[in-house]
Design a protein around this ligand. Structure first.
Ligand SMILES: *[C@@H]1O[C@H](CO)[C@@H](O)[C@H](O)[C@H]1NC(C)=O
Ligand SMILES: *[C@@H]1O[C@H](CO)[C@@H](O)[C@H](O)[C@H]1NC(C)=O
Ligand SMILES: *[C@@H]1O[C@H](CO)[C@@H](O)[C@H](O)[C@H]1NC(C)=O
Length: 424
């Protein structure tokens, strides 16, 4: 009798203790790997399948088994409506009359490839995102997160990293991965992204549900406490993460970018683009200011940078041997973006210069092709993966609708997250 009583007490204590001990570990962790060939980033989805991270993507999609069971999502269901709320501009197949598979009255979704822009019709299915929860320092325990994904034909994988089987859309839409993890795990609709430079095999990290976030070099330091914030700006008909750039400076001298160049279109964070793309009316004045500031460094006794033949897609390249190399990359003029709300996002040599070939380093900004100034619907700045690397980014879509950012100090990197489970 006494034993039974003790047992009952132990059970009820365990039940009481359970909510507290689990509460801090419901955020979901994913290692983020950079593919050297495409410079895109992938996360594991389940059982060996990797999917490409697309911060501007509205859906999760993958190639499904040919015999997959289409979940019965009727054409008129809420899920079907959400899956078809945003279509890629190229997606001409997605006319309203095609949303239904007419013979079965089941929903069709229209996943698209973020690199080629190709789009295809596919069923919506129930699937699972298999990952670990985290306390922000280590993985804690494995979870199966229920998710709705669209199926796509394998031809939609063209130009994606070898071995990738789909795309994880991380935009602000209801069927993007962050919102799905939020509802399944009862965490906030926000995520942390820390993209690796990819020079080592160690992955960077994504945390769905939010921080804290610690790295091995200083295990007590929580980088989510050091973020600067700028508002995320809602755009009609587009769930991607937009921010406002108020002005751009090179070595604290303001670049004469026409005011309306930054005001129209805004800036969007886009992992599908390996490097930052700038519309001509932003690109040309910035390159001019950068060239002059670098020449001035030389004239003031620094090394004299020797310009060399450009290396496509870049326009400004230098002989690496004529650039001073420091802890923060090549010693080049810093570029500062002053964001909405007044905080500065400063980029140093590590974020500005990319090595292309054995003797060449290029300014890692690319001029947008075929986009003229004044087209208010297209963003004037697409912040690409290279410029986001080794920076902790917090995308908060739920309440605050803001982007947090913090450049990691030079002694640590996004690939320094501790992926070893703490032994109980
Ligand atoms: C969870 O973490 C453990 C320990 O690092 C690892 O072995 C396992 O593969 C992880 N599981 C998933 C699904 O990532
Ligand atoms: C942001 O950068 C600009 C240009 O370098 C500078 O003038 C301004 O004082 C900075 N603002 C803050 C808050 O640091
Ligand atoms: C990683 O975390 C594990 C578990 O807490 C710990 O034993 C190990 O020392 C950590 N590794 C490093 C390099 O800090």
């Amino acid at each position: 009798m006494a034993r039974l009583h003790l047992l009952a007490m132990a059970v009820s204590l365990a039940v009481l203790a359970w909510p507290a001990s689990c509460k801090s570990a419901r955020s979901v962790l994913a290692p983020v790997t950079k593919d050297p060939a495409t410079r895109l980033y992938t996360i594991p989805f389940h059982y060996g399948a990797n999917i490409v991270v697309d911060t501007a993507g509205p859906l999760v999609w993958s190639t499904c088994a040919p015999d997959h069971l289409p979940a019965a999502f009727p054409c008129k269901s809420d899920t079907c409506r959400l899956a078809n709320k945003y279509h890629a501009p190229s997606c001409t197949e997605s006319a309203a009359d095609k949303l239904c598979d007419h013979s079965h009255k089941v929903c069709k979704a229209f996943p698209y490839n973020p690199v080629t822009g190709a789009c295809a019709a596919g069923d919506l299915i129930h699937t699972r995102f298999v990952a670990n929860t985290t306390d922000g320092k280590n993985p804690v325990s494995q979870v199966n997160v229920r998710a709705v994904a669209a199926c796509a034909p394998s031809k939609l994988l063209e130009s994606l990293p070898q071995g990738a089987s789909g795309v994880a859309g991380l935009a602000g839409s209801d069927l993007a991965l962050p919102a799905q993890v939020a509802s399944a795990q009862k965490v906030s609709n926000k995520f942390l992204l820390c993209l690796p430079r990819g020079l080592s095999a160690d992955p960077g990290v994504a945390v769905f549900g939010g921080g804290p976030l610690h790295f091995m070099a200083q295990p007590e330091r929580d980088y989510t406490k050091e973020l600067a914030y700028t508002p995320l700006v809602a755009k009609k008909g587009n769930p991607a993460h937009y921010i406002t750039i108020k002005s751009i400076a090179v070595e604290s001298a303001r670049v004469p970018v026409p005011a309306q160049a930054l005001a129209t279109g805004g800036a969007v964070l886009c992992t599908r683009s390996p490097f930052t793309l700038l519309r001509s009316d932003v690109f040309l004045p910035l390159v001019d200011a950068f060239t002059k500031a670098l020449a001035k460094q030389g004239a003031q006794g620094g090394p004299v940078a020797k310009a060399v033949k450009p290396y496509a897609p870049f326009q400004l390249c230098y002989d690496r041997r004529t650039l001073a190399n420091t802890r923060i990359g090549y010693l080049v003029p810093a570029v500062t973006l002053t964001l909405g709300g007044g905080k500065n996002w400063t980029m140093d040599g590590l974020s500005l210069m990319v090595d292309m070939g054995p003797t060449t380093a290029c300014l890692a900004f690319v001029q947008m092709q075929g986009v003229k100034g004044g087209d208010g619907s297209a963003p004037s700045v697409l912040i690409g993966g290279f410029q986001m690397e080794n920076t902790v980014l917090e995308f908060d879509m739920k309440k605050k609708k803001r982007l947090g950012f913090a450049r990691l100090p030079s002694f640590t990197q996004c690939s320094h997250f501790n992926f070893t489970t703490r032994s109980a």
